[in-house]
Design a protein around this ligand. Structure first.
Ligand SMILES: C[S@@+](CC[C@H](N)C(=O)[O-])C[C@H]1O[C@@H](n2cnc3c(N)ncnc32)[C@H](O)[C@@H]1O
Length: 299
């Protein structure tokens, strides 16, 4: 099912850095101009936002995150910019995009290093934690609800569709036999025992794809991304840029088609921009990043 070279994001790799990915490419892609107004739809720790604010004089920034902890961290990190930054806690799919407002919009998708650095959020299978995985803890659905309540067919479907997991049915059957599960590590162990030994000791942990699938399902990541790409272009001024960084092939496919099919946009990246060897050595998270840029057409 894989259409390109992106591997599933291995959340267990030592990638807990706070360095923003593709920093130069983001700033070039947004073509930051003095006095411009930019939207960071995924402010996270505020790494890219800081670069945007520093890239030119008097830049204004609206910074969104659905996670209150990430937003608090970003507020601290960007405090010195004072009134130039406005913070909003929301899912970007629910944000009321103002028309013809932004000179540039950035979305750096997925979980942040903050999430990965806090095992209690349940994103990691190497640390014992409740099966949570909500980026927004005010939301109801958790990974435990999905694992313990969805039927076998639904589980197999999300493992296949969102995790590109070839052994989806076999793993779903085992989970249904052994549930309920309370913790990340119990679930990871059950997954490991449901796959053949060859697979168990492969390049990535056998639970990697299932955990990716669960995260996508819990946070409805593909649907919200579609909504973002549908709504954001109207919010750009003519000539304004949208830059999206994705981390797995399902997201990248959506971004590629969404930008290309928008009647308001002209795509500027024929192929996605990826990190060079040096960046990958310094920031392992950049390994699977793909960046695409589009510009709002002049009317
Ligand atoms: C990869 S991190 C961003 C890191 C950031 N660019 C930086 O340099 O620090 C992604 C952030 O986006 C947030 N996020 C993911 N999906 C979101 C959504 N649909 N709406 C709002 N925030 C979202 C996550 O909570 C996370 O904090």
């Amino acid at each position: 099912m894989k259409s390109d070279s992106q591997a599933p994001l291995d959340l267990e790799a030592p990638i807990f850095s706070h360095i923003p990915v593709l920093p130069r490419e983001v700033i070039e892609g947004l073509a930051i101009r003095p006095g411009g107004h930019y939207l960071d739809a995924t402010v996270g720790g505020g790494g890219h936002s800081r670069l945007i604010l520093e890239a030119a004089e008097d830049v204004q920034l609206t910074a969104i995150d659905q996670d209150e902890d990430a937003l608090a961290a970003a507020q601290q990190h960007l405090a010195e910019f004072g009134e130039r930054v406005k913070f909003i806690q929301t899912n970007f799919s629910k944000y009321e995009f103002p028309l013809n407002t932004y000179d540039g919009i950035l979305a750096d998708l997925g979980v942040s290093s903050y999430h990965l650095d806090h095992p209690e959020r349940g994103f990691s299978f190497r640390h014992t934690a409740n099966l949570d995985m909500r980026m927004n803890r005010q939301q109801g659905l958790t990974a435990a609800d999905v694992i313990n309540e969805w039927d076998e067919g639904e589980l197999a479907e999300i493992f296949f569709k969102y995790g590109e997991e070839r052994l989806s049915r076999r793993i779903a059957r085992r989970i249904v036999e052994k549930r309920p599960f309370a913790t990340t590590t119990e679930l990871a162990a059950a997954i490991a025992y449901s796959v053949p030994p060859k697979y168990r000791y492969g390049r990535i942990h056998p639970a990697t794809r299932v955990f990716q699938a669960l995260r996508i399902a819990v946070n409805d990541e593909l649907k919200v991304l579609e909504t973002l790409i549908d709504k954001a272009p109207k919010s750009l001024v003519p000539g304004g840029r949208i830059v999206v960084i994705s981390f797995h092939s399902l997201e990248d496919r959506l971004v590629k088609h969404g930008l290309r099919n928008s009647p308001l946009l002209r795509v500027l990246t024929k192929k996605p921009i990826i990190a060079g060897d040096e960046e990958i050595r310094e920031n392992a998270r950049s390994r699977s990043a793909k960046l695409r840029v589009a510009e709002r057409k002049q009317e």
